[in-house]
Design a protein around this ligand. Sequence first.
Ligand code: AP5
Ligand code: MG
Ligand code: ZN
Length: 262
Amino acid sequence: MYTIILGAPGAGKGTQADILSQEMNLPHIASGDLFRQALEARAEFGLPAKSYMDKGELVPDEITIKMILEKIDQSDCASGCLLDGFPRTLHQAEVLDQALEEQGKSIDKAIYIEVPSEELVKRLSGRRLCRTCQTPYHTINSPPKTPGRCDKCGGELYQRSDDRDETVKNRLNIFFAQTLLILDYYKKQGKLIKVNGNQGIQDVTREILSALKHQCQPEQSGEPLRFPSTGSGRAPVAEFTLSEAKALPQNDIRGEHRQNKW
Ligand code: AP5
Ligand code: MG
Ligand code: ZN
C-alpha cells in the first residue's frame, strides 16, 4: 500500500507518518528528512539540496525524484510505504505514478492534512527535532519528558534552520501555490482524502486510520479547491484558487526570484 501524506509545512505530516508507520507497519519515507540526513552524513543528495532548503525553496525535481525513486526501489518498500513531503510538484506526482505503474503498483490514497495557516506558523516556531531519529516535538504542544532530549533515543533536540520566520513564510507561499495542483491531480483520480489537522495529534491519527479503514468517500471533483484555509484570523500567506495556481509561472511556484509579498 503506497500512501501519500500531504500537508503544509507544520501540518503534522512527519508526526502522523511516524505514528502511522508503526500502526500500519510500513516504512516512513520523508523527502525533507532524507535531505537533512544526507547533508549531515555529507552524502550524495545533501549538499546540492542545502541552498534551496535554507531559503525555503523547492529542491530541483531531478535531484528529488532520483533520491525518492532510489529509496522506494529498496526491498523494505516492496509492499508499500508512507510518503511524506513527496510529491511536491505535478511533475514529481506524474513520475511517481509512472515508476510505480512499471512495477504493476499504484498509489492507494493521498491524505491531505488541512490546518489553518496561522496555526502552521505557531507550530513551526515551537518545533524541535531529534538530531538522531528526527522525531518532532513541540515546546508547548508535545514537549519531551526531559527538556532538550528525545524520548525515544535520548538524542539532542534542535531547531531546524528553515523554521525561522522569513523562511517559514516562503515555504508556506510555495506550498500553497504548488499543492493545489497536486490535490487536484489526486482528486481527479478519486484518491484524495482530506482530514482535519487542526485537532489533537491522536485525533488526527484516528481520523486518518478511520478514513483508510472505511475506504472513506474521496473528495469529489466538482467542489472548487481554494487555499489556504484560514481559520478565523487573517491569512499570513497569499491565497490561490486552482486556476490562479495553474497560471503561475513555474519559477514563481518554485520560489525563485520571488518578491516578498508580506
Ligand atoms: P520537509 O522536511 O518536508 O518540510 P515541510 O514540508 O516544510 O514540512 P515540515 O516537516 O516542516 O512539517 P510537517 O508537516 O512534517 O510537521 P511536523 O509533523 O514536524 O521539507 C523541507 C525542505 O526540503 C523543503 O522546504 C524543500 O526545500 C525540501 N524538499 C522536501 N521535499 C521536497 C520535494 N518533494 N521537492 C522539492 N523539495 C523538497 O509538525 C510540526 C510541529 O507541530 C511539530 O512541533 C509537532 O510536534 C507539532 N504538531 C504536529 N501535529 C500537531 C497537532 N495535531 N496539534 C498541535 N501540534 C502539532
Ligand atoms: Mg516533516
Ligand atoms: Zn530520537
